[in-house]
Design a protein around this ligand. Structure first.
Ligand code: CDP
Ligand code: MG
Length: 136
């Protein structure tokens, strides 16, 4: 059954800063993702707070929003069969220490907060997150 989906991926400040953008993009392409939208941006603290609003009540919310707005990020719309889940698998666990061999977070993640990439966790959130960054 054909289920081509779109999902939102963000290369976070720690990875953009280390010039890993092209390397990470090539991993997505090698794994069959098509990059159908992309841009390098820097967001404000307020925008980061809006983007991560689901985590509002978490103890790490403040640090997370400061971090995501601390430097340039690279946002992408990825497309592939079952893209949402496929991207989550390719990213690996939230904490790079728990991420499996061959995942992006295992390879590049520095810590649970500086874990190099974001990926939408459901098709519904993927739509919201794509709209957040790509509806002008
Ligand atoms: O990014 P992912 O969906 O895997 O994890 P999340 O639970 O949605 O959390 C969002 C982000 O918050 C993570 O990617 C981490 O960067 C950060 N986080 C953190 O700093 N400390 C935690 N204990 C949990 C998450
Ligand atoms: Mg999440």
């Amino acid at each position: 059954m054909n289920n081509i989906q779109k999902t939102l991926s963000i290369i976070k400040p720690d990875a953009v800063e280390r010039n890993l953008t092209e390397e990470i993009k090539s991993i997505f392409k090698k794994n069959g993702f098509e990059i159908i939208g992309e841009k390098k941006i820097k967001i404000s603290k307020e925008e980061a707070e809006k983007f991560y609003i689901v985590h509002q009540s978490k103890p790490f919310y403040e640090d997370l929003c400061n971090y995501l707005s601390s430097g340039p990020i690279f946002v992408m719309i990825l497309s592939k069969e079952n893209a949402v889940l496929a991207n989550r698998k390719l990213m690996g666990a939230t904490n790079p220490e728990d991420a499996k061999e061959g995942t992006i977070r295992k390879k590049y993640g520095l810590s649970i907060d500086k874990n190099s990439v974001h990926g939408s966790d459901s098709e519904e959130n993927a739509k919201k997150e794509i709209d957040f960054f790509f509806s002008s």
